[in-house]
Design a protein around this ligand. Structure first.
Ligand SMILES: Nc1ncnc2c1ncn2[C@@H]1O[C@H](COP(=O)(O)OP(=O)(O)O)[C@@H](O)[C@H]1O
Ligand SMILES: [Mg+2]
Length: 262
């Protein structure tokens, strides 16, 4: 089973785009995918134009059954959408004993229905991001060609280090994914070089890059998956290569789940 958090402490770097393209890529390979949006901005439902009747807050805070909180985005992709109420649900978790384990308790019982669970998270360190990291054990970090995005990636790596120290977990960054790459821009070269040395220093795999492609925003305007808008566009061509590399890395080092603590 694949469980992955798509994270970077900076916004606008391609987290939601990457989450949805990966979900659709895996669905195309016959996998049953659950996408969980923990960002109170609710970007996943906005991007796909989904209209859920219940949200992540109902699942976490009111303990609704998962089946009542999902909306179908594709025959093989269910989505738990997020709304501003996610903030209240998160506040409720704050006081709980062993709160970082909350997603282990909430999602382990529903795992059997899926081959893949992906978490799209907010661009800030939140308890829900910590919960997703502890549950998944692995993060994919998209980095666009901006110095702040690189700082955000370093911060995500630092978060995994702190979690592992404090909670004795084994959370790792499975890969750094360069996004919105335009080789004609000097900044791309600068960031790519810094990203390479960070990846080497931290022993994190650097995945093949995703080029800037206006097709991405066109697909979002149509509220459909990038693959269903134009499977032959250059961003999709790059995503396919990056996802296949990522899948072989994930297969090579499967996550050993930590035991849920009572
Ligand atoms: N490869 C790409 N080429 C062009 N635009 C992109 C690409 N990837 C993402 N974008 C655009 O960048 C913006 C931010 O992407 P998004 O996935 O929402 O980032 P995040 O979830 O990190 O905030 C969106 O408008 C998206 O359409
Ligand atoms: Mg987003």
């Amino acid at each position: 089973m694949i469980k992955l958090v798509i994270s970077n402490q900076r916004g606008g770097v391609g987290k939601t785009t990457t989450t949805l393209a990966f979900a659709r890529h895996l669905a195309g390979k016959g996998k049953r995918v659950l996408v969980v949006d923990t960002d109170p901005q609710g970007s996943v439902s906005v991007t796909l134009g989904l209209k859920p009747s219940s949200y992540l807050s109902h699942f976490i805070g009111l303990r609704y059954a998962l089946k009542d909180c999902i909306v179908s985005a594709h025959p093989s992709i269910d989505v738990v959408c997020s709304s501003r109420d996610t903030v209240q649900a998160e506040a409720m978790l704050m006081g709980a004993v062993g709160r970082e384990q909350a997603f282990v308790h909430l999602f382990t019982p529903v795992e059997a229905g899926y081959d893949v669970i992906l978490f799209d998270v907010a661009p800030s360190v939140t308890l829900l991001q910590t919960c997703a990291m502890v549950y998944c054990g692995k993060a994919l970090v998209p980095v666009d060609m901006d110095p702040l995005s690189l700082h955000g990636a370093v911060a995500t790596h630092e978060l995994t280090r702190i979690l592992n120290e404090l909670l004795r977990t084994d959370v790792r960054v499975a890969g750094l994914l360069p996004t919105q790459v335009n080789l004609r821009l000097q900044m791309t070269e600068v960031i790519t070089n810094s990203l390479k040395s960070f990846a080497e220093r931290a022993s994190i795999p650097l995945l093949p890059a995703i080029r800037t492609d206006t097709t991405v925003t066109k697909a979002t305007k149509q509220r459909i998956f990038l693959q269903d808008y134009d499977d032959t566009c250059k961003a999709m061509e790059d995503y396919r290569t990056a996802f296949e590399t990522l899948l072989s890395l994930l297969e090579a080092s499967p996550h050993v789940p930590i035991a849920a603590q009572a």
